[in-house]
Design a protein around this ligand. Structure first.
Ligand code: TRP
Length: 460
């Protein structure tokens, strides 16, 4: 038999679980609840849903088709499909973006390990709100501990990556994603049956539009791209391992639905529990690490065993979700170095792991000794988060839509989306229309408006 020279996912389920594994991550369980909490709850969620289904899915289909057609890493993909044009910079920008995200993402992923450790060793018991705040502050400011967890997390990611696409990425997703679902369901049931949980459910379902500003739209769009792993060629890289039979539109839809469901269910874990003990859900990035452990302790105050199980399960959930995502970001850079610079896969992975740890060290220290070092008023950690989610990912999405909508030969687009005419895709025209006009225009408008560029003109 002829040896296939490029790896592939082994099954349809593997394709969906690996892509959903990339999408479902800290973005859903850590970032989404605090963005929703500080942007007015249900109103934010509605705008977010619009961004996911109108802008996100067509961009995801684009990434899929670019990856599968070119059978290359994301930088190589644009190189192949648009030889000798500046489009290759879109791919390279993606590799860089992924790299920066991984730098700070791995720090938060490391925190989840500390919290699993704390939860299992019963470190939460008996603390009050100030206690949790102080515990987090002293942990995050410690120069060593968070860094060691971050390194541990990167090594776990590394370990999966070097096992390859099918044995590493696909198999780990097939184990972790179903486990994730079960844990989520258990936690949702526990949370919504707490006394007083109704206020949290109302917060999630009853929109308050008075809190909506231009910034809300930018946050919702940035969150949609971040959560769906879009705008940097992550799903493009995964799609280069899809088979010719994969239905790109249906896969994108499944991934979008799974990702959105997990985000909303995470809301149903966090808000009912928070409201039931009268804690405000708009505390920002610390929500999951300071507010929640306190919520768990109080909510299940009378039942320490339940509080224990709930806390452990929650942070295990968070760590697993983060791991399937760090794997996907790592793969972008690893595939890039492996294919463009002819390093062996192992060597490429080692370079990526080592450089991410290096970046991660700065992000980790920005909660401690580097707290005072700011650029544009942001610490290294916050700068990476802001620059990637609110600038680089939307910019990536913008160019990806233009690339598919305007640059690529329409026959290529058609043959990829319909698998050479063998699939009926009723929404085909709509997808193209969105990629040509709606996505670029909306992304540009939300982007400029959210950054305050229009206000700048109005004032001058
Ligand atoms: N989507 C993941 C999450 O929600 C994070 C992630 C993985 C990501 N790959 C990405 C974000 C690519 C942006 C781009 O946690």
């Amino acid at each position: 038999m002829m040896k296939r020279d490029r790896a592939n996912f082994g099954s349809k389920l593997g394709v969906i679980l690996a892509s959903a594994g990339s999408a479902v991550g800290l973005g859903n369980i850590w970032r989404f609840p605090y963005e929703a909490g500080s942007n007015g709850g249900a109103a934010f969620i509605l705008i977010y849903l619009g961004c996911v289904f109108v802008l996100g899915l067509p961009v995801m289909i684009s990434e899929f088709l670019i990856g599968r057609r070119s059978q290359a890493n994301t930088a190589g993909a644009y190189q192949r499909m648009a030889l000798g044009t500046p489009w290759r910079w879109v791919g390279r920008l993606g590799v860089l973006t992924g790299f920066l995200i991984l730098g700070y993402y791995s720090v938060v992923a490391g925190w989840t390990l500390e919290y699993i450790f704390e939860a299992t060793t019963n470190g939460f018991a008996g603390k009050d709100a100030q206690g949790f705040q102080a515990a987090f502050d002293s942990f995050a400011a410690n120069p060593w501990r968070p860094m060691l967890w971050m390194v541990t997390f990167m090594l776990a990611t590394h370990f999966v990556i070097v096992r390859g696409v099918e044995k590493g990425i696909e198999r780990s997703s097939k184990i972790m994603m179903p486990a994730l679902f079960i844990i989520i369901l258990v936690l949702v049931v526990c949370s919504i049956t707490l006394p007083g949980a109704g206020a949290g459910i109302e917060f999630l379902l009853k929109p308050d539009f008075s809190k909506v500003t231009a910034g809300t739209f930018l946050s919702a769009m940035g969150q949609a791209f971040f959560s769906l792993s879009l705008g940097m060629g992550c799903l493009c890289t995964y799609a280069s391992y899809f088979s010719k039979q994969t239905n790109l539109t249906r896969t994108a839809f499944s991934v979008g639905v799974i990702d959105t469901m997990v985000a909303i269910l995470a809301g149903f874990i966090i808000f009912p529990a928070a409201f039931s003990v009268g804690i405000s859900p708009d505390t920002g990035p610390s929500l999951v690490f300071i507010t929640l452990p306190n919520v768990f302790q109080q909510a299940f105050g009378g039942m320490p065993a339940l509080a224990y199980v709930f806390s452990v399960l929650f942070y295990v959930l968070l760590a697993m979700a983060a791991l399937t995502s760090t794997i996907s970001m790592h793969e972008v850079s690893t595939a890039y170095l492996h294919e463009e610079f002819n390093f062996s896969r192992k060597k490429a992975a080692r370079i990526v792991t080592a450089s991410c740890i290096f970046l991660g060290i700065f992000c980790s220290l920005s909660y401690g000794v580097l707290k005072g070092y700011t650029v544009f008023g942001l610490t290294v950690f916050n700068l990476f988060d802001y620059a990637t989610a609110k600038i680089m990912l939307p910019a990536g999405g913008f160019f990806i839509s233009l690339f598919t909508g305007w640059y690529l030969d329409r026959r290529i687009v058609w043959s990829e989306i319909t698998n050479d005419g063998s699939l009926q895709v009723p929404l085909y025209r709509l997808i193209i229309f969105i990629l040509k006009f709606v996505a670029p225009i909306f992304i540009a408008l939300i982007f400029l408006h959210g950054l305050g560029v229009f206000e700048l003109f109005e004032r001058s």
